[in-house]
Design a protein around this ligand. Structure first.
Ligand SMILES: *[C@@H]1O[C@H](CO)[C@@H](O)[C@H](O)[C@H]1NC(C)=O
Ligand SMILES: *[C@@H]1O[C@H](CO)[C@@H](O)[C@H](O)[C@H]1NC(C)=O
Ligand SMILES: *[C@@H]1O[C@H](CO)[C@@H](O)[C@H](O)[C@H]1NC(C)=O
Ligand SMILES: *[C@@H]1O[C@H](CO)[C@@H](O)[C@H](O)[C@H]1NC(C)=O
Ligand SMILES: *[C@@H]1O[C@H](CO)[C@@H](O)[C@H](O)[C@H]1NC(C)=O
Length: 399
């Protein structure tokens, strides 16, 4: 019995050790946070297929990471040159599409605006947070956490929720519109334009943010566009990436770089892009819409470029097209674990060294933020405990 017990425990220890090893490999493999280096080339975003990937295999509907089998690369030269021609035609380098579009590109009317946000001082950072009109809980969670002005007290920090009008709620006296007005009176952090707030109108939402910055806050040093289900470490963003102690950069654009992606041609996908709308088989490099950061001067440039580019509903691809037209390349962040378009498993160590993580419910956001605030300084001193590793494996359904 004694022996059996010890034997059992030795085995357990062995298994635990092996499992922790597997766990560490998985974590390094997945987020490559501490040591490993993840090649972005192997990282397939569910919304898109890489050029080498057989398009008909690319039918994903979730944000979860998935790996697609890699097919034979096609003949590079032929392929990319036709892709570039397609891109040129799309961007109207020879003037074809652009003229046709110009007339329809007027901005929508502002229903709620904050025209005076930047009158006193040009802020160091403007946060443009895409949110649906009825998601007041998400806005409140962000106000209490990463959107709280006190993370950048004195520097100038403007938080703006950008939204359209919920379908069927156009009337100013609708209950939702009235509660938005009240919320706006209280926090002065909402801007709203008169377009239907829907997934397919996200590009309009982003352009509204660009328009606002270029019209009312053109001297802001930096702007970040992000979403309401994100965790954003604004303190790390400001202090480490942007650094208020050095002169602000110009024509700067960074985020989670998506390179070499091609349109999803699967009609059943949420991310379907028809060849009629976008004929090229390649997207230019763009940054994941979950969170990208740019210098204040870019807002006007992007907005202006957009006036001659047909609007596509994938807002991040669209902004990438504007950058391609401007011939401004998004730059990779100083390390590739800063911006994440998926959810990084929480640890105070990881979260005090990243900028974005995706898929947060308001309650989770508050819980993790509070934990991080009290643990950020001692963050990486204590290595994760064995039982944490086991728990992580369990969460990954490996146990
Ligand atoms: C792509 O995959 C589908 C189904 O797996 C297959 O029928 C088709 O032949 C493939 N096409 C190419 C070009 O490999
Ligand atoms: C490009 O590929 C097409 C078929 O995919 C082929 O007909 C054409 O000759 C190729 N062009 C060059 C320049 O290789
Ligand atoms: C632009 O280029 C495309 C493809 O080369 C051509 O079909 C179209 O006629 C051109 N348009 C103009 C206005 O030159
Ligand atoms: C923002 O942070 C400050 C300082 O930590 C705190 O006093 C304030 O209540 C916070 N604001 C909100 C809306 O939670
Ligand atoms: C986008 O907004 C415009 C203006 O309100 C509306 O006409 C259009 O139907 C909306 N598109 C979608 C797909 O919701």
């Amino acid at each position: 019995m004694q022996w059996k017990r010890r034997h059992c425990c030795t085995n357990m220890a062995g298994i635990l050790f092996l499992l922790s090893f597997v766990g560490v490999c998985l974590i390094l493999g997945q987020h490559s946070f501490l040591a490993g280096k993840k090649s972005q080339e192997n990282d397939v975003h569910p919304r898109f297929s890489k050029l080498e990937v057989n398009h008909s295999m690319a039918k994903q509907n979730t944000w979860r990471e998935e790996t697609l089998p890699t097919a034979q690369p096609k003949s590079e030269a032929n392929h990319s040159s036709s892709a570039e021609d397609g891109l040129k035609i799309f961007l109207g380098s020879n003037g074809s599409l652009s003229e046709e579009f110009r007339d329809k590109a007027e901005p929508y009317n502002y229903i709620i605006n904050e025209e005076e946000k930047c009158l006193e001082q040009y802020p160091f950072l403007v946060l443009l947070i895409a949110v649906q009109p009825h998601h007041a809980e998400a806005r409140n969670a962000i106000r209490q956490t990463w959107g709280n002005e006190s993370v950048a007290a004195g520097l100038g920090f403007v938080r703006l929720f950008i939204l359209g009008v919920k379908g069927g709620e156009q009337r100013p006296d609708s209950p939702l519109q009235r509660s938005l007005q009240a919320e706006s009176q209280m926090y002065h952090d909402i801007i709203q334009q008169e377009y239907t707030d829907s997934y397919y109108n996200l590009t309009i939402k982003t352009l509204m943010g660009m328009h606002w910055v270029s019209k009312y806050c053109s001297g802001a040093s930096y702007v970040m566009k992000t979403d309401s289900d994100m965790f954003v470490n604004t303190e790390y963003l400001i202090q480490k990436l942007l650094d208020p102690n050095v002169p602000p950069r110009k024509k700067y654009f960074t985020g989670y770089l998506m390179r070499g992606y091609s349109p999803n041609r699967n009609k059943h996908s949420k991310w379907y892009m028809s060849p009629e709308l976008y004929p090229s088989n390649r997207y230019p490099t763009f940054c994941s819409g979950t969170g990208y950061v740019f210098s204040g001067d870019m807002a006007r440039l992007i907005y202006k470029a957009s006036l001659s580019i047909r609007r596509l509903h994938l807002e991040d691809v669209y902004v990438g097209l504007c950058l391609a037209k401007l011939r401004i390349e998004p730059v990779p962040p100083p390390n590739e674990f800063l911006f994440n378009h998926w959810r990084v498993s929480y640890s105070s160590c990881k979260y005090s060294h990243l900028i974005t993580s995706h898929q947060f419910l308001p309650t989770e956001l508050i819980r993790h933020w509070q934990h991080l605030q009290s643990n950020k300084h001692s963050a990486c001193i204590n290595p994760p405990k064995e039982k944490d590793k086991v728990r992580r494996l369990r969460q990954r359904k490996l146990l």
